[in-house]
Design a binder for this molecule. Sequence first.
Ligand SMILES: Nc1nc2c(c(=O)[nH]1)N[C@H]1C(S)=C(S)[C@@H](COP(=O)(O)O)O[C@H]1N2
Ligand SMILES: [Mo]
Length: 263
Amino acid sequence: MARLQINRRRFLASAGLGASTLMLGGCDVFDDQLRVGSGLRSFLEGANDLTHRAQRLLAGSHAMAQEYAESDIRQPMRPNGVTAPSDSVYKGLLGNDFADWRLNVTGAVEKPLTLSRDQLIAMPSRTQITRHDCVEGWSCIAKWTGTPLALVLDEARPKPQAAFVVFHCLDTIEKSLSGEVKYYGSIDLVDAYHPQTILAYGLNGRLLPVENGAPLRVRVERQLGYKMPKYIHTIELVESFAALGLGRGGYWEDRGYDWYGGI
Ligand SMILES: Nc1nc2c(c(=O)[nH]1)N[C@H]1C(S)=C(S)[C@@H](COP(=O)(O)O)O[C@H]1N2
Ligand SMILES: [Mo]
């Protein structure tokens, strides 16, 4: 497993496929050259598609992210991005300890679902100690507990045309003259059904705190932090994410980051 990781990294480095990752700066800065439609951007997107396919080929669809021991946990989990949503809807839900919060599962599914946090907690859970890597260059090991996304999807039964899972969030990440933007992101069904992909409501043995995404955030352990939306209210199964945001599959993707944020 460790050898495979090293070989994969070597392969990616020698093939120049890591270039797209090296270009990335931080969660709050991005280069003007990376705006949608630029030549550099198109080049990077081509490289990202190769990175995605090369990683799947070498590591396999079901390769597991490394898991750690309790003693590796460094509390607290460093929060990043939005850490205290100022949205009135969110504040209202928080004020009632999320008793009125619901997770909606919609889109290309046979059976749309509405689940409370208690209902998610009552489902079989998975706990994993993993390392969160942010594109800004920091990492943090923490223990996450949640409902495997696969179980929720099994219940909702995605239609054959469903290819991506979109996460819609409660927090406004950007306010500008053109309006407010709430965080959003997407993953494909391979990552959605991966055994370590969980809808996390617990962190380090307690309920998930507000700064890390209460009441629910996804963990996608083989990808970077920005691929793990916090403050989720809706999971939407879609055929394509062309109609989502600016069409690149996520808030940060629309601002220059790779859609596949493989580690
Ligand atoms: N809703 C929402 N999800 C988000 C973000 C955000 O700002 N809003 N930031 C992303 C980024 S860049 C990172 S590194 C992680 C941070 O998760 P943490 O606060 O638990 O460290 O959340 C990701 N998911
Ligand atoms: Mo991040």
